[in-house]
Ligand binder design. Sequence first.
Ligand code: FAD
Ligand code: MLT
Ligand code: ZN
Length: 453
Amino acid sequence: MSRRELLDELGDLVGPAHVLTGELAASATTDWTGRWSGACEAVVRPGSTAEVSGVVVACASRGVPVVPQGGNTGLVGGAVPQPGSVVLSTRRLAGIGPVDDATGQVTAGAGATIGAVAAAARAASWRYPVDFAARDSATLGGTIATNAGGHHVLRHGMTRRHVVGVEAVLADGAVVSHLGGLVKDNTGYDLAALLCGSEGTLGVITAARMALAPADGDRAVALVGLADLDHLATVVGHLRRAAPEIEALELMLADGLNAVASHLGAPIPVPGAEVVILVELVARRDASGLLVEALAGLDAIGDTAVATDGPAAASLWRWREAHTEVINAVGPHPPHKFDVSLPLDGMAAFVAEVRADVAHHHPGALVWIFGHAGDGNLHVNVTGPAPDDQSIDELVLTLTAAAGGSISAEHGIGRAKRQWLHLSRSPEEIEVFRSLKRALDPGNVLNPGVLLP
Ligand code: FAD
Ligand code: MLT
Ligand code: ZN
């Protein structure tokens, strides 16, 4: 059957206006960083779960791979299509239902952005605590499929912790739906949990029932200069013990801050510090008092800038959140992005080792480090090497494994890391992954080439 017949059938299913080809499909074939690009037959935008099922069946019956795509903000090339495939965009599945005030739960379509889910929660005096800079593009479905982390993992956990149930379309078009929202429900395998982190390889998530957190009370944010990275583990331990209300504990280094300062055209609020942490605390009342008290118990801290109102807190957060866009613009190529987690007391040695080895093997390359320090999660970006120079990936990921770390803390495996999955998962675990894939998608229709080596 020809490509034309496939496109006609897809047009009959979702409406011709929602089958995009050529230039109209172009933005779906390259990732946010620009490092990963591909091609597709079409981008299809179904408007209901039944239409998603129809699209999957139409593609599967012709052996055409289906690449689920939400906001296309993923950082491991997992939503980038390969030639001959169809991109299934979930963006029209963006409805958000009423917040259930008794349970603090909401059901939303997979294509709703997490910013929109957070706004709906806020309007009902609740809060959706999964949050990060791509909030206005990243979708609920994409964040479940990658089990996204972000700024508040320390207190609220990753996306998985908030998923109560999902609706999804499997590779044969079957719809599995468990959106009832019962708080306790031990009735066998947890399909929602299985889809968390599955990166589009086991099913297309069409909707999810999410657990919210109680609304924000009072919020305070501080930027704090530290003497060096050696103190980080002690600082994190102290702050966690001193104030369980701390939600974010983020790391920045001087070179990243200087680059952000040039971009923002503003002076760094804690000038001269080599290591800076951002600490955010949310409490029913007196967040700034609790934060100042927690910081007061720390040795060896330098300048501190504290913000207690919304706009001032947002401008301190801008120093941390702008790292991604600023580093992406350094050039001469998009960065090689690594998202590793490490034992906290090994972070300083790891950073020194990465810097030394990169300087030795890739003279002239720049190493940028920032991340979610409280979670032991470092974002290591290397600019300079060409996009297809995988020796830098081999170097950083091997060092990560040798330091007892994970090659992906929160971004997932995608296409970028799959050949190194063995560094973090045993052969037995990878064989279980393969068995699950064979059982749920024997024809290898859903996102082939992603996650599994
Ligand atoms: P996409 O990029 O479209 O897809 C990501 C993966 O999920 C792909 O494998 C895709 O096939 C699959 N997928 C998408 N939708 C579905 C669905 N409905 N059903 C099944 N599979 C699906 N990530 C973090 O964890 N923490 C951060 O702090 C963070 N900060 C970021 C900041 C910036 C500026 C940017 C650009 C990205 C950041 N990310 C972060 C990465 C990214 O936003 C997350 O991975 C996010 O979860 C991706 O959501 P998305 O809707 O864009 O998914
Ligand atoms: C972040 O924490 O800012 C993100 O995960 C994005 C990145 O790694 O660049
Ligand atoms: Zn991150």
